[in-house]
Design a protein around this ligand. Sequence first.
Ligand code: BEZ
Length: 240
Amino acid sequence: MEQDQDQEHEVISMPRIGDAAPEFKAVTTQGEINFPADYKGSWVILFSHPADFTPVCTSEFMTFAAMEEKFAEANCKLVGLSIDGLYSHIAWLRTIKEKIEYKGMKNIEVNFPLIEDITMEVAKKYGMIQPNEDSTKAVRAVFFIDPKGIIRTIIYYPLSLGRNFDELYRVIIALQAADEFDVATPADWRPGDDVIVGPAGSCGTAKDRMEDSDIDCKDWFFCTKKLDKETVLDRVLRKK
Ligand code: BEZ
């Protein structure tokens, strides 16, 4: 049985968190890009969608495009991909702008690049084709890549499930807050919530933690501290 599956599907390679983002050159709706070199110094979200002219993807593109400026303020650029061709991409984006209204959004212009990947070269490099879901469409993959070109978060959704773009924004802010303030962020964290102080690596540190009045330790391994919203947003949004 295992052997049958191996014979049916080629082995899928997927980059992992902490890996350098695989390099590629591609044609997009905004001209050619050399990835990730062209994005050095910025955060970038590289995301795939199954197909142009499909409803879930349309709702996603409108939502992402409406939030593009908000991501730009957090020094984050957006790059989309599907295995459709360039002319299909152009026609779809024109249709979105001219005809589609969704949740009060209309006349939406998608200004971020949308990669044409008819050969599936990029999609395969990033493990966006998951044959047991669909062998001719990319799933909804989201790669968060930092200004040094390192993959920092990966989220995958199936074809039927539209992404939550507030969550994608929360991730970009949380990753940057963790870097800037050398902290971790707990469940459901949002700017203004307390943050987690990293684990104590020695008995001495554990003891100091318990006695530090700026840190609230419920036990030596579970310590939080205040980090106010303005401080987080000033630092993250100022880096644009
Ligand atoms: C959609 O975006 O609506 C969609 C695309 C592929 C399969 C299912 C839904």
